[in-house]
Structure formats: C-alpha cells, structure tokens
Design a protein around this ligand. Sequence first.
Ligand SMILES: Nc1ncnc2c1ncn2[C@@H]1O[C@H](COP(=O)(O)OP(=O)(O)O)[C@@H](O)[C@H]1O
Ligand SMILES: [Mg+2]
Length: 309
Amino acid sequence: MNGSVLSVRDLRVNFQTNGSKVSALNGVDLDLAQGESLALAGESGSGKSVLAFAVLRLLDDVADVEGKILFEGEDVYQMAHGRLLDIRGKGICLVPQSPGTAFDPLRKVGVQISDFIRKVEQIDAADARSRSITEMDRLGLRPVKDTYENYPHRMSGGMLERSLIACATATSSRLVIADEPTKGLDRRTKDIALSALLSTAENGALMMITHDLTSAKRCERTAIMYCGELVEIGPSESVIEDSVHPYTKGLIRSMPERGMTPIPRRVRSDPGGGCRFYSRCNEASEKCLFHPDLRMMRGREVRCWNVDA
Ligand SMILES: Nc1ncnc2c1ncn2[C@@H]1O[C@H](COP(=O)(O)OP(=O)(O)O)[C@@H](O)[C@H]1O
Ligand SMILES: [Mg+2]
C-alpha cells in the first residue's frame, strides 16, 4: 500500500465574527495516499478553501481550529514554526484561488516563478530560470521568452493562473493543493493545466478544489462538501456519473451541460441538529432530523439516511 501523504481527522474550524460564530468546517475526515488525486467540489461557502488553508496552518490567528492534520505522519499543528516553514512549498504547495493577487505587481512573472523554484528546490538561479522556462512552455505560456519578462498587469487572468500552476508543477512538492486552478481557462488551456497538475500526483498527491465536475472526473476520487461536511466521497466515476447523495445529484443537475437546474432554496445559516441539507432536500424524511454519519455504500461513503446499500 502507498504511504499516507495527508490525513485529516475530525477537523473543525470556527470563526468568531462580531460576536457570532461561523462554523466553516464541521468534522472533516480525509486521507490522501501517495500517487492519489482527489477533487473537492461543493457550492461557494461550503468550506473548501478553509480546508486548504487549515492544512497549511494558515488560519492560526483568525480561527479556532480543532482536530488533527498529519502530513506524512507529522502533526502540522504540533510542529515547530521552523519545521512548518520547511514544509510549506517543499512539502505542501498551495496554488491559491486568486491569481490576480498572488504575484507581486512590481516584479516580472517569470522571475517570481524562478525565485519560488530556487527557494523550494534549493538550486542555483540559472537552473531555476531554465526550469521555470520549461514549465511555462509546458503550460502554453508562449512565446516563453516574452511571457517570462511580463509584469503581472500584462497577463490575462488565465495566464496568471497557469503561471501559478507552473510554480507548483515545476517543484517536487509532495502534496499540491490547487484551489480552483481551472477557473477562467478555456477548454484547451484547461486541458493543459489539468494534465500538468495531475502529473504532480505521480510522485506525490494532488488535492484539486473545483466547481467544474468535468475536471473533477479526471481525478481518481471526488469528495463533495456541503456546509463544512463531506457528504459523498469515492471514485470520481461513481460520485459524478452515479451520484447517490441528493446534494451531489443537485450539483450535477445544476451543471450547464446537465440542464442547469439550480438546487432550490438557500443554505440555512443555522441548520439545527439534523442533516444540514434537510431544508433543501427533495428526498428528506423524518429520519433526517437526526444528523447522519458517513456510511460506506455502493462503493463510496455517503452521509444520507435515505440511500440504501
Ligand atoms: N476569515 C474569515 N472570517 C470569517 N468567516 C470566514 C473567513 N474565511 C472563511 N469564512 C467563512 O467560512 C465559510 C467557508 O468559506 P470558504 O472555505 O472560503 O468557502 P469555499 O467553499 O467557497 O472555498 C464561509 O461561510 C465563509 O464566509
Ligand atoms: Mg474557495
């Protein structure tokens, strides 16, 4: 069996805002083994980015974080600060959600990519530059001689996104977490970006946050998140093509190519003690007033009382 890269146990994240509590994650369990790719999907506000930040311990100052996150067996929340800095980039590389703000506007994009590679891989400037050029070329940022010299304001959102991806794919990080990396890309560049990202899972692991279930299907497994909980997780083909959770089925129906039917009603700010999807679910029954756990059925884990094995 492949070694464990990431292990998340009963992860809970709460924000205190103006005297009220926002529960962003409500007990997430997740495992990623070496060589695995996992897509994480769900509506905006379901907690996907918070999960990414929590794994990198980037929420320490603003949120209450409970539970355990193990990276290659080491507890991220127990490690010394120096060790944590070591792991960020070299161990876990984040491709953040907003490419427009990720680059320093006053420095050339190619130089920023080279600097990142140089720091993470601890190689000299010439090697880092050549690796950066190769990767920008692979991601279709052509002609590379020009794009390397561009300042961020001269690049489109899609080019900046691919430049961010180049940082992750040019390094040998053991876990890449990419937050909506294909947003704003057209079909051709999306395909290039996905292939590059998936190649990082050959020697490490990939967690890709996405709204695009067609892209999710290219990952081995897909996890669906609703209101800070995983509601369905398993092989992508089963979860997307043969969904069983009413929320996953709703997400699929809301895709433009599957009818674009929105899920009725809004997420409840206070879902009470039962199933969090209860008020929007067209399959709800009395049992749903109690909170369901994830159960293994039909080849995936599902959090629903009304799905039969
Ligand atoms: N710094 C913060 N302070 C307060 N609430 C936050 C903060 N960051 C995220 N949240 C809340 O946490 C929830 C999950 O957010 P997020 O993970 O960004 O969702 P998404 O699934 O769209 O990535 C949302 O309700 C969001 O408003
Ligand atoms: Mg997000």
